[in-house]
Write a protein that binds this ligand. Sequence first.
Ligand code: DX5
Ligand code: ZN
Length: 237
Amino acid sequence: MNTTRRAPLLAPSFLAADLANLQAETELLANSAADWLHFDVMDGRFVPNISFGLPVLQAVARYARQPIDVHLMIEEPQNYLAQFREAGASGITVHYEACPHLHRVVQQIKQLGCRAGVALNPHTPVALLEDIAADLDVVLVMSVNPGFGGQAFIPNTLKKVAMLKELLLDTGSEALIEVDGGVNMDNAGPLVEAGADVLVAGNFVFSAPEGPVATLARLREHLAGVEMGAEAAGRRQ
Ligand code: DX5
Ligand code: ZN
């Protein structure tokens, strides 16, 4: 068995950044261990909160060095895909629960040249993705109820990630598994072991006293240890 895995990608979430200093925050992240920049859009309808949207994305994109991973927590996302692409999105993730015509929306995202992602709320079973998994570039597993940063990680996510990993293998999907909500140093390792490829982190990264750059570096180092442990265990098998 090939036990070599790609190092997980780290995606700090702007929701927890200093929104009065987005240029400085983006430039800081440019020289950090961040692989993607996670951008949470909330409409006050799909989720009970409003965050930021197109003009803010455009402003961030002027200073961003990493791909911007746009997470649309909005109803009728199909109406805004081209605008988010134009504003600077590299990847666009829509919610399963917001899209009755999900297959069409996924194709639209891909036609724009973006990575296409689908997010699942904590109550939405991974099995519902069976017929679309092979079309996806990313599946985002919500590990909190979407709408707010700083919430506690829902432990059932670990089981869900492992089940999703199986489903992706069974369906021949190459989609990355992204986990979003309450990610920190305690659950990052187990998440990667369960199959996560991308970890989103907001509060953990931006509220740490040592700042986002040092925190991302520490998380990266911690996960390198987890990877080495997994490879050593694989060799022993
Ligand atoms: C929640 C958002 C998350 C949020 C994560 O609705 O989708 O991306 O920013 O923040 P933390 O890591 O603080 O839970
Ligand atoms: Zn998010």
